[in-house]
Design a protein around this ligand. Structure first.
Ligand code: DQA
Length: 143
């Protein structure tokens, strides 16, 4: 069965509690359950990972790539705007990632307008809420 990584970065473990006016009231667990349900319909398997630590995410991507995973969804969260290390990791592994942002980063503060990681990904979805993850999953399952 095709395996798809779902990587969530810093502070996304706080979904449901953090700035609900921006990110909504559903939790990371709700997001994972919603994606698992869609994955079942699509006949793919998801590998979920969340960390607040940049290096742990880098290690996990390399581990999954070495284990043969070739497709992924990533919301690097604030690391999108800061992490050359994560950009290099995405560019240097075999996993094709779609970058997802729950909010529309282009309508928010200027420091969010640039994603360092996005150019290393095959595409970017921003501003569709959790629907962005579903759209990314549908796209990757069809690849
Ligand atoms: C985010 C947008 C980022 O700017 C922010 O730092 C996040 C979440 C989003 O999903 O909308 O933590 O990636």
């Amino acid at each position: 069965m095709k395996k798809i990584a779902v990587i969530n970065g810093v502070n996304l473990d706080r979904l449901g509690k953090r700035e609900p006016q921006i990110y909504g009231s559903a939790t990371l667990g709700d997001l994972c359950s919603m994606l698992d349900a869609r994955a079942k319909e699509l006949g793919v398997e998801l590998v979920h990972f969340q960390s607040n630590h940049e290096g742990e995410i880098v290690d996990k991507i390399a581990e999954l790539s070495d284990a043969g995973v070739r497709l992924g969804i990533i919301n690097p969260a604030a690391f999108s705007h800061t992490s050359v290390a994560l950009r290099d990791c995405i560019a240097g592994n075999e996993i094709k990632f779609v970058e997802v942002h729950i909010s529309n980063i282009y309508t928010r503060e200027e420091f969010r307008h640039n994603s360092i990681t996005a150019p290393a990904c095959v595409g970017v979805i921003s501003g569709l809420g959790f629907g962005g993850y579903l759209a990314a999953l549908d796209f990757l399952a069809g690849r």
